[in-house]
Design a protein around this ligand. Structure first.
Ligand code: NAP
Length: 336
């Protein structure tokens, strides 16, 4: 063990609306030693994900809520510091759901070893991790993407959005991104090769979609919900697919989620709208990682990461960045 102390972030109370500093407890406990068949690790990178907001609410979802007083659930990359497990050696980097804490002990179940020759360790939390898998299966499986189609992605400058748009380009589609601010929009059409970008903060999205997708939207990959979802539904092509990946504009809502008033456009356009949870595709993650890895290797896909350096105590304010649009690409906290 490098340190006898293990700083952790625990859930102190369930937030109402935006998460506040008082919703967290900063705890320090003794770092545990690994038992037989276990390894100990030091946390290097922690993933920040919009889904974390949902895990704090005491309601039925695809995962149980984080319990009061429990260490906050989070994906992370840890470096093995001690091992009684034949499959893990000191120095190995491992991805898993280890929580927001400095030191972890694990039996290795549900973890994945990082191949440092494939990409930077943080990329296994982003393009080659859960967000990359989400973009890949959301578009190709749920969205049933076909070459030549018009694809619209919201939350386009984020972890999932940058990957979804670039994967759609790699598959020969016309891609329109929707994001907040001129800078993010310029990045989409410049560095990332999107065909057009719409700034939802300053533009009328419904009108802008008519301009940039004059024949209608074949696949709408939705990360944000709310008014942007309504604007996309108003511009569907016949037999369109609306992929419900997330609805970050609604995660802090205190008075119920805003549903699309114009959902009957699905009927008119013989379209379908379908949600999905990336974990259902776990048996196929290797297949996706291979193809995404190839695109990254060839330069076809650019990896965008927003790395904040700090300690576990910086987790609460770093998480808030997601809900304020302060990240570009995958948001990661690097423990230094
Ligand atoms: P992200 O896009 O990297 O970060 C969140 C972004 O959301 C912010 O940068 C901000 O960008 C945008 N945003 C925040 N508040 C908004 C609002 N009120 N209206 C519109 N946009 C807003 O996060 P991510 O990890 O890639 O996740 C994107 C979405 O995918 C989330 O909805 C998440 O829950 C979902 N997701 C789903 C699955 C699944 O299995 N279904 C898996 C992973 C993620 P702007 O500056 O552009 O506003």
């Amino acid at each position: 063990m490098l340190s006898a102390e293990n700083r952790q972030i625990r859930l102190a109370r369930r937030p109402v609306g935006e998460i506040g500093p008082e919703d967290w407890e900063h705890a320090t406990v003794a770092a545990a030693a690994p038992g037989e068949g276990e390894f100990a690790g030091r946390t290097r990178f922690i993933s920040l994900d919009p889904a974390m907001r949902g895990w704090l609410d005491d309601r039925r979802s695809y995962l149980p809520p984080v319990g009061l007083g429990e260490v906050m659930r989070a994906g992370s990359v840890v470096e093995v510091t001690e091992s009684n497990h034949p499959g893990f050696r000191i120095g190995d980097l491992v991805v898993g759901t280890f929580g927001v804490q400095e030191h972890v002990v694990s039996d290795g179940k549900g973890t994945l070893k990082v191949d440092p020759s494939a990409a930077a360790p943080s990329t296994f939390l982003g393009a080659l991790g859960m967000p990359g898998m989400t973009a890949y299966f959301g578009l190709l499986d749920v969205g049933a993407l076909k070459e030549g189609e018009t694809v619209v992605v919201s939350g386009a400058a984020g972890a999932v959005g940058t990957m979804a748009g670039q994967i759609a380009k790699a598959k020969g589609c016309r891609v329109v991104g929707i994001a907040g601010g001129a800078e993010k929009c310029a990045l989409l059409t410049g560095e990332l090769g999107f065909d057009a970008a719409i700034d939802y903060r300053t533009e009328d999205v419904r009108k802008a979609l008519r301009t940039h997708a004059p024949d209608g939207v074949d696949v709408y990959f939705d990360n944000v919900g709310g008014e942007v979802l309504e604007a996309a539904l108003a511009n569907l092509a016949m037999h369109a697919r609306v992929v419900i990946c997330g609805a970050i504009s609604q995660y802090n809502a205190t008075e119920g989620v805003q549903g699309p008033a114009n959902y009957l456009s699905l009927l008119v356009c013989r379209a379908r709208m379908e949600g999905f949870v990336v974990f259902d595709y776990a048996p196929r993650f290797t297949e996706a990682a291979r193809e995404i890895g190839g695109w990254i290797g060839s330069g076809r896909i650019k990896v965008l990461e927003h790395v904040v350096k700090g300690t576990v105590n910086d987790f609460p304010q770093t998480l808030r960045m997601l809900f304020r649009g302060e990240n570009t690409g995958k948001l990661v906290l690097e423990l230094v």
